[in-house]
Design a protein around this ligand. Structure first.
Ligand code: FPP
Length: 243
């Protein structure tokens, strides 16, 4: 599959909703936390595959604001997994020239998670290959409301006027400021929803859904999604003939 990809048309930014860890665990008679643990290898696989193809950004929906409502034991297991995975993977992130970033309400994470993240982000800050963005305690509506509030404050303080209240100005107040919008969004496990993920940024993204559960995802699945993306016609509101 990799050979069929046109390297001149690889999406710059791919967003991924990693779904199906719980169902994977159930299918294999394991605890849900072990489903999440099995979800770490695919993170590695897609990061490496994306890196090799020259993808610039991959954003992973690792924990939504709604995920705080899960049983405490599962939330704790996910936070512990996050810290241990980052610690374990940091050497390879550096080796593969991958830069780590995070978006979301990071201040709501346990302090040890915040510290590990901060350190890993600082340690990989000079890497100029793929940027791996972890969406943690992330919610798109919250992000948009927050951005609008920041503009409102600037307006009130006369730092900007009403005419400056543009799409670009709002984009610049989002967590993703400076990151190009995703061109491709992948969701695993057969669910056909956006689930409050990058709703502003995904306005023109191609959506790709696979029935595979996240822990079963490997490099080839990313190649398939990119190949599918390359065979779509992206019209941005124009007609086929205008393109
Ligand atoms: C959704 O599956 C998955 C999550 C809420 C967590 C994703 C986290 C990982 C893959 C862990 C590794 C991440 C990093 C960044 C090291 P679900 O629990 O909603 O599955 P279900 O719908 O089958 O119950």
């Amino acid at each position: 599959m990799k050979e069929r990809i046109d390297l001149s048309k690889v999406p710059k930014h791919i967003a991924i909703i990693m779904d199906g860890n719980g169902r994977w665990a159930k299918k294999h008679g394991k605890l849900r936390a072990l489903g999440h643990k099995a979800g770490v290898l695919p993170v590695r696989e897609v990061s490496e595959a994306g890196s090799e193809l020259g993808v610039e950004y991959i954003t992973l929906y690792a924990f939504s604001t709604e995920n705080w409502n899960r049983p405490k034991a599962e939330v704790d297991a996910l936070m512990t997994l996050l810290v241990s995975s980052i610690k374990k993977e940091i050497k390879d992130l550096k080796k593969n020239n991958i830069r780590l970033q995070a978006i979301g309400d990071l201040s709501s994470l346990p302090s040890i998670s915040q510290k590990t993240l901060r350190e890993a982000i600082a340690e990989t800050a000079d890497n100029d290959g793929l940027t791996l963005v972890l969406a943690l305690s992330y919610g798109s509506r919250y992000e948009i409301v927050n951005a609008a509030k920041k503009l409102a404050v600037k307006l009130k303080n006369n730092e900007i006027s009403e005419k400056d209240f543009t799409e670009l100005a709002l984009s610049n107040e989002l967590y993703t400021s400076g990151i190009p919008d995703p061109e491709l969004m992948i969701r695993t496990s057969g669910e056909l929803r956006i689930s409050n993920f990058l709703m502003w940024q995904l306005a023109y993204a191609e959506l790709y859904f696979t029935d595979k559960l996240w822990p079963d995802i490997r490099k080839n699945d990313l190649y398939e999604a990119i190949y599918d993306f390359q065979n779509r016609e992206r019209r941005f509101g124009k007609t086929s003939e205008q393109l």
